[in-house]
Every structure is written in C-alpha cells, then in structure tokens.
Design a protein around this ligand. Structure first.
Ligand SMILES: [Fe+2]
Length: 144
C-alpha cells in the first residue's frame, strides 16, 4: 500500500485538518467543501445534498477502515465504532429530512461538521501516525 504521505503530520493554520496522509486529507477537504455547500443550499436542494453527503461519508469511512485493516491498526474497533455511530446519526437524520424536517437536518449537518473536525484531530491523526509508522517499516522495493 502506498499511503503517499505529505510533508508533515502537523497541521497549520491554513490546513487545520491535515493528517499528513494524502487520501485522507483530500477526502476530508471534499467533505468540508460538501458541508459548506450544504449550508448554503436551498431547502429544495438540501435533501438531495444530504443524501449525497451520506454516500460520500460512507465511502470515506470505508477507505479509512480498509487502510486500518491493511496495517493491522490496533485502534480499529474504537475508530470503526465512531464511524458507525456518526453514520447511524446521519441515516436517522436522512429519514427525518425526508419527512420534511429540513431545519433539523441543517442542525445535524452543523453538528456533524463539528464532530468531523474533532474526529480528524483525534482519531484520524492517530491513524495517520500509525500509517506513517507502518510505511516507514515497509521494505523498499528495488526494480531490477
Ligand atoms: Fe475516521
């Protein structure tokens, strides 16, 4: 597995959610961009946007969980539980939004955005650190 680490795991003011793992950082940026667009969406656009957000979150979590499996990450159970709880909350909100509770859906989107920031700063950074450590231990392939 090539994790393509970026230059540093530490975040900067311009990249508050940087983990140092390219696929995670790109995916997190896309999620934040989606949440920003969702906050500006009309009520009519919000329902479809929220559905799309859930798909994106699902795919992102799946990618992280695959990476955890590949390196035998010891914190996989706890991390996967956090993902499952967040997805469960989003799925519940999706049903409420379908029933017309768009204002409630907007509140859930804001809460999810805050949760995501905290999750990245804690669980994802821990995973990123483990991935960088695992990558450093991998033997270098030499083409012959
Ligand atoms: Fe995560």
């Amino acid at each position: 597995m090539c994790i393509n680490p970026s230059s540093s795991i530490s975040s900067t003011a311009s990249e508050p959610f940087a983990t140092g793992i390219a696929f995670m950082d790109e995916s997190h940026q896309l999620l934040h961009a989606k949440l920003d667009r969702l906050s500006l969406a009309s009520d009519a656009e919000f329902t479809a946007g929220f559905e799309s957000l859930i798909c994106q979150v699902h795919d992102h979590f799946k990618e992280e969980e695959q990476a955890m499996n590949e390196i035998g990450f010891p914190g996989i159970s706890c991390h996967r539980d956090q993902h499952a709880q967040a997805l469960n909350a989003l799925e519940h909100a999706r049903l409420r939004i379908k029933d017309g509770a768009v204002t409630e859906g907007r509140e859930i989107a804001v809460l999810f955005s805050r949760w995501l920031g905290f999750h990245i700063a804690t669980m994802d950074r821990m995973l990123a650190s483990a991935m960088q450590h695992a990558e450093a231990l991998e033997p270098t392939c030499v083409a012959s």
